[in-house]
Design a protein around this ligand. Structure first.
Ligand code: BTN
Length: 265
């Protein structure tokens, strides 16, 4: 994409996973801004070890390799800026204002999921040297799957996604051009990626996330690996974590710890 750092765009007809591919490229020293796009993934990865399924040639399956100067507690913001850029692109290309469900799903007006984001990297503590695991310069691969033209109708969906997933095409009422969407996303991502490098920039992105996050103000049931609790989502912190009010006190929830955020039963 001219005028951005995203000039090395690698396109594949089929790949196991664009995230897996860029994580390997990162280990081999690939720089900030490399993009991988696949028409089809044979082992697309979703959050928490789930699969991400999409038929060939219908949706946008894209990952970016980022090497931001990002302090460890702010690592969640790398996925947030991609979700915000995708929301901006959906608005400019398809005229849709998508909601952002914490931690970083994009939802249609009917609350069904249009896109999901998976950020991966070695977040463990390391030597602290630039580029080593856990250091502020350690690579992060952020992948996004956007349901662009699939499903075209609810009947296209497997039973487990019925009533859960939707597409830009369904929301807009007409097919959406994937190349335009990809270009708009990368253009929108450029200044947001810059923002990850500075404290003021990170605050700006967290503020925008807060203002777009449809989870705030809603009752939530938070499922963690070691239990669950219910409360009301109050706020998003400067690091992108969710603040939940639980019986008069507050709990801060970190994205990586969460299995599900749902309305209470
Ligand atoms: C989620 O579970 O909501 C996150 C889904 C992320 C899917 C995208 S598709 C492109 C990239 N490559 C992958 O293997 N996963 C991400």
């Amino acid at each position: 994409m001219p005028g951005t750092r995203f000039t090395d765009i690698r396109r594949f007809d089929t790949l196991d996973s664009t995230n897996r591919y860029l994580l390997e490229e990162a280990r081999n020293g690939a720089p900030d801004g490399v993009v991988a796009v696949a028409e089809h993934q044979s082992a697309g990865r979703g959050r928490l070890g789930r699969r991400w399924e999409a038929p060939a040639g219908a949706n946008l399956l894209l990952s970016v390799l980022l090497r931001p100067h990002l302090p460890h507690p702010h690592r969640h913001l790398a996925g947030v800026v991609v979700a915000l850029a995708a929301g901006e692109a959906a608005e400019s290309v398809a005229g849709l204002r998508l909601g952002l469900k914490w931690p970083n799903d994009l939802l249609g007006e009917d609350g069904r999921k249009v896109a999901g984001v998976l950020a991966e990297g070695d977040l463990s503590g390391g030597t602290g040297l630039p580029g080593s695991p856990g250091s502020p310069l350690a690579p992060i691969v952020v992948g996004i799957g956007i349901n662009v033209n699939w499903p075209a109708a609810d009947t296209d969906l497997p039973p487990d996604l019925m009533g859960v997933a939707t597409s830009l095409r369904q929301q807009a009422g007409h097919p959406v051009d994937r190349d335009h969407l990809q270009n708009a996303l990368l253009r929108a991502l450029e200044p947001r990626r810059d923002d990850l490098d500075t404290a003021a920039g990170r605050l700006r992105q967290a503020d925008e996330f807060r203002s777009r996050c449809t989870t705030i103000g809603t009752p939530v049931r938070i499922e963690l690996a070691d239990g669950e609790f219910e409360g009301t989502a109050l706020d998003v912190t400067a690091e992108g974590h969710l603040v939940v009010e639980v019986e008069g006190s507050t709990r801060t929830v970190v994205a990586g710890d969460v299995i599900h955020v749902r309305p209470p039963a």
